[in-house]
Design a protein around this ligand. Structure first.
Ligand code: SF4
Length: 334
């Protein structure tokens, strides 16, 4: 098969996987052989934030186990409908940091583009689950305003593509955006935050890799993985060529009650990430978004778990335990 044919096939495969996700809670429960008593609550919570999970991610879940750590990240629960004091719609104050529509400028030297509201998977703990994507994104007619802002702000050297998930865009669209950014001389690093390489590993096409490597940017790809079970062989195979061409691969994890809030699970995750050439970067305390209160690990337990992890692993496998506090100059260490 020619390279062009291979890439066309890869694009068709990932876009098909992105279209054919599970969105019906009843289907998800049936696929996993789970009790239908979970359905009414799942349907209620899915009205607030729809269910969305790729089929290959479902195949990594344990059949018949309602506590599977991957399932818990995506299954809507009745607890999401509770109003929790201290939990808000915009816990990281994205709206206050929006310099122009879809461009967040919070920290010195770097800015972030909300490239889309689309995601391959809907994570129930997502801190942007209430984000007003319809208006506040950097696509369409907002792109030029964002680029103008970046041109004017010569202190910005790193541009972060976020969302939603930037890797839900086609390769062509992403590379077009990248070339526009590349024409801004003071930008030197392009960072992409994405959950796509894990939930739909076929997304990492050769065409995208060549495009990324063909620019003058230093490229950083930050994965979002919360549990070692997410990292199957398909993810490993997809990341290999990216790693081998010198793209820096990092991971950030959200500390999630009942999913990864123990040193054993976090150590397994760090070790597995290292096996496949990814360095653990951040362990985030949950951003207190309305609907995600049941995932919160209190600070005392978070610090104790991190200390245990620190005692087990070499320093380079221990992610920094951080939280984002609106108005601060960077993420704060706990
Ligand atoms: S992929 Fe990222 S932006 Fe999308 S729902 Fe999950 S955490 Fe939120």
């Amino acid at each position: 098969m020619s390279k062009a044919a291979h890439d066309t096939e890869a694009a068709t495969t990932w876009q098909q996987a992105q279209r054919e996700v599970v969105t019906d809670p009843a289907e998800l429960l049936a696929l996993l052989g789970l009790d239908h008593s979970l359905l009414p609550a799942a349907q209620r919570a899915a009205k607030l934030f729809p269910l969305r999970v790729p089929r290959s991610f479902v195949r990594r879940m344990e059949s018949g186990n309602p506590n599977d750590p991957l399932l818990q990240q995506v299954l809507p629960l009745g607890a999401e409908c509770r109003i929790e004091p201290g939990f808000v719609d915009d816990p990281t104050a994205d709206q206050a940091a929006m310099a122009v529509p879809g461009l967040l400028h919070k920290y010195h030297g770097r800015a972030l583009l909300i490239t889309t509201g689309a995601c391959g998977v809907h994570c129930r703990y997502c801190f942007r689950r209430q984000y007003p994507y319809a208006d506040a994104h950097s696509g369409g007619s907002n792109t030029e305003r964002a680029l103008d802002y970046l041109r004017e702000h010569t202190e910005i050297s790193e541009i972060i593509l976020s969302g939603g998930d930037p890797l839900t865009h086609s390769d062509e669209k992403l590379l077009q955006l990248m070339h526009k950014l590349e024409a801004i001389p003071h930008l030197s690093t392009l960072r992409i935050h994405s959950r796509q390489p894990v939930v739909i590993p076929e997304r990492l096409t050769n065409y995208l890799r060549s495009g990324l490597c063909g620019t003058r940017f230093k490229i950083v790809l930050v994965l979002h993985v919360n549990h070692a079970n997410e990292l199957d062989q398909a993810v490993e195979m997809a990341l290999g060529p990216y790693r081998d061409t010198g793209i820096t691969l990092l991971n950030q994890t959200v500390l999630l009650k009942g999913i990864n809030d123990n040193a054993e699970a976090l150590a397994r995750l760090s070790e597995r990430l290292f096996d496949i050439g990814v360095l653990p970067y951040y362990l985030h305390q949950l951003d207190k978004v309305q609907g995600a209160g049941h995932f919160l690990v209190n600070d005392g337990d978070a610090k104790a778990t991190w200390a245990e992890l620190h005692a087990r692993l070499p320093g380079y496998l221990v992610p920094k335990l951080v939280r984002e506090t609106p108005g601060e100059a960077g993420k704060s260490w706990l």
